[in-house]
Design a protein around this ligand. Structure first.
Ligand code: BDR
Ligand code: CA
Length: 323
């Protein structure tokens, strides 16, 4: 079977970087491009991080496009306390030799999806600004996309940024609103689930045994992220939300899905960005997403670590071949 074409819309970001690496470590996927938006860090930092992570893995051929820098309506919010001042914790990567492509990220999303109707999976692991703009510019993508997999929202869980709201929905709730009501086929992986998917120091130590630049990067980036989770939530280990969303593009059986109607608050300053899922069917509205309600964390973590080990070997060979 030929690999599935995937677009990754991202705000790199420590766990975004892990999702990029997992995409490169998945022969089941053909990563078409990264489209970047502001979120964990400002757009320019996210672009640099995306390019540098691709270069680290010898994948400079994958285009990186700048998308929309700021949320649709709200002032921007970034997360230096979670992801560090430059977005990748303590990691400082060598600069990629390539630049972002000239094409705008929103146009790239539209072009790729419309070029192969029914074939392209879009995985969105940042605020949904680019996806919402793409829907507004070319509404036909809602029918042409194979699937949109979103990491975002907190359905039954408390939020991770406000008491109620999850970061990606909180940063751009208006974009999330457009996307949820667009009619796109959506798989929603919420914070309810991803907060339990944790990379521990022991996992990182196992990767460090392999040696090489990728394990060292993961160790340097996640040391910051692990410290943050301990300080902020009192957890040992960091939740790696975004690679779990990416994994659903090639291992959908990791998740049990429930069709459900989900909306997001865009009016009240008190509850802004809160996602509300109609678990009891009280609205009578048809499901607009398939939400992940169970996820096999153990199998995912085993897969993630195996794939990072394998990528460390293949990336070293790829980089040598390029030299
Ligand atoms: C989401 O917000 C960001 O901090 C992470 O990269 C992830 O996409 C988790 O709420
Ligand atoms: Ca992210």
């Amino acid at each position: 079977m030929s690999p599935s074409r995937v677009l990754l819309d991202t705000d790199p970001g420590i766990d975004d970087a892990l999702a990029i690496l997992l995409a490169l470590a998945a022969p089941e996927l053909d990563l078409a491009a990264l489209t970047v938006t502001g979120g964990n860090c400002p757009l320019t930092d996210g672009l640099r991080n995306g390019l540098n992570v691709l270069a680290l893995a010898g994948a400079t051929h994958i285009p990186v496009a700048a998308g929309v820098a700021l949320p649709l309506i709200r002032p921007p919010i970034t997360a230096p306390e979670t992801h560090g001042d430059r977005g990748l914790g303590y990691a400082i990567l060598p600069a990629s030799p390539v630049l972002p492509v000239a094409e705008h990220g929103v146009d790239l999303l539209i072009r790729e999806i419309m070029a192969a109707p029914g074939d392209v999976t879009l995985v969105a692991i940042g605020p949904l600004t680019n996806v919402a703009m793409a829907i507004r510019k070319e509404p036909r993508i809602t029918e042409a996309v194979r699937e949109l997999i979103i990491m975002g929202g907190a359905l039954l869980a408390e939020g991770n940024v406000t008491e109620l709201a999850e970061f990606n929905f909180y940063v751009d709730p208006h974009a999330a609103h457009i996307v949820l009501h667009s009619g796109m086929p959506i798989i929603l992986l919420p914070w309810d689930i991803t907060q339990h998917i944790r990379l521990t120091q022991a996992d990182v130590d196992r990767l460090l045994q392999v040696g090489g630049a990728i394990p060292q990067f993961i160790a340097d980036a996640t040391r910051f992220y692990i410290d943050f989770h301990l300080r902020h939530f009192g957890w040992a280990g960091c939740s790696i939300n975004d690679p779990a969303a990416l994994a659903l593009a090639f291992q959908p059986d990791l998740a049990r899905l429930q069709p459900i109607y989900v909306d997001v608050e865009i009016t009240s300053p008190l509850t802004l960005g809160k996602s509300v899922a109609d678990f009891q069917g009280k609205t009578g509205k048809p499901a607009n997403v398939r939400a992940v309600v169970e996820f096999d964390q153990e199998r995912f973590m085993a897969l993630f670590l195996e794939r990072m080990e394998a990528l460390t070997h293949t990336a070293a060979q790829r980089i040598l071949a390029e030299e």
